[in-house]
Write a protein that binds this ligand. Sequence first.
Ligand SMILES: Nc1ncnc2c1ncn2[C@@H]1O[C@H](COP(=O)(O)OP(=O)(O)OP(=O)(O)O)[C@@H](O)[C@H]1O
Length: 513
Amino acid sequence: MEPAVRLTGITKKFGSAEANRNVSLSIMQGTIHAIVGENGAGKSTLAKLIYGMYRPDGGTIEINGKAVAFASPGDAIAAGIGMVHQHFMLVPTLTVTENVILGLEKKRLFSQLALKKSGDIIQQLSRKYDFAVDPDALVSALSVGEEQRVEIIKVLYRNAGILILDEPTAVLTPQETDTLFTVLRSLCRAGKTILIITHKLDEVLAVADTVSVMRQGEVTGTLPCRKTTKEELAVMMVGRSVLLRVENPAPSPGKTMLSVENLDYRTDDGRYKLQKLNFSIRAGEIFGIAGVEGNGQSELLSLLWGLNRKSGAISGKILLEGTDITGKTPAAISALGVSLVPEDRLKHAVITAYSVTENMLFGRHRETLFHNRSGFNRKTVNDFARKLRETYDVRCRDLDNQPLAYLSGGNQQKVVVARELERPGLKLLILAQPTRGVDIGAIEMIHRSIIGARDKGAAILLISSELDELIALSTRIGCIYKGSIRRIFTETELSEGREKEHSFEQEIGLNIT
Ligand SMILES: Nc1ncnc2c1ncn2[C@@H]1O[C@H](COP(=O)(O)OP(=O)(O)OP(=O)(O)O)[C@@H](O)[C@H]1O
């Protein structure tokens, strides 16, 4: 049988850097083929070449036995290829249906009839694949998880025979991930071919038939999944053995740093997003929040960070070291020693057209450390950027002349995490999905840094959809459901559970759904 995709000697350069070097790879029809590799290894570039977003500088691409030279994704879509990107490409001001059909219905794009027909198909797809999405909802009102479902539906709607999924589970809960995998397997049984890029080695072994490892632009190995292990893949990716779970010495928490007391938040249209929310975090403690997206996590983050001050109705209190910070501005909150790694770095944490160094300073540019009498102290700024690059292993060619946009997704995330974790005088660190999109080697390093910040006395709020991450790091875990904390797992429960390698998946699952 012809492979669905055959790559021979593919090379792609950005300036002098080779993102893909002499890549040869066959993806067999009706299989799930995973690609793994460190941040910056060249996975997304390869996927974008197959999808016609880039043109190779050398080598050939064959689809179902036929050589192709796509000039654009439109050509790839016409050849039966669909892609769900790491960063969503939806238009926020349009509805779900409008986004799904955008680019398809050339003439009567948004006629009522066309919209109704497409809406019906979307509903059928959502039901069939268990993807709860309202076809009439505005994309700007959707959570990150819902946006991703729209992206997947968009590809399914176009009936693609080859699906490329770039980190499709990064925003899904374990249950949603299971559902997605069931869908992927049934799509495969129906003859579709799936190429999946992921950092989650458990998922590779759970869902894929074959896995290819990339390192520094090259494919260094292709293995059947049933014949490999997580540990073997980790070594192949990173070139050293990786601690899949970091050492987490017992914390010694101090005084209460953050108290959230009876916090209610009601949107302008009267919906309660937070209801009698109560929890506190001590200095030197990591408080994890587990929950299905959309249960108040985003609103909690916004309120803690001083957003949403002017919309909706807030009651209750947020106290930092006993001082009420409810309703203060982000600048005022930040000045008190609060740091945030937001869920969506592109929206809230970086300016991709600016250099790596500028992004490392973003939000911290007023710190006296970086100034002298004549303005920015170039030497301090350069030393600072170099130190962050080294400590957090940010892979970039030039700190000052390379826009952040040219870094791979995981390396962009490392810039944000480094900047926020290394703030002097950190009292409260708010982390939302801090390791989303970063490779296992970098996760190990970020987890160590989070524990390091805790041990220096910061109170840490960790919101993560990764149960493993929550359990590995948290001193206590609160389960959030419909805007309230439903249950808190204590320090003793968690440390005893960790010793027995207990997963907590079931108990947490019961308290968040
Ligand atoms: N548009 C671009 N311009 C310049 N360099 C780029 C561009 N896109 C990617 N690169 C570089 O190509 C290399 C491969 O990047 P790519 O995004 O393919 O990596 P990746 O394996 O997908 O990483 P991640 O896991 O972080 O998403 C990196 O060194 C990156 O900086």
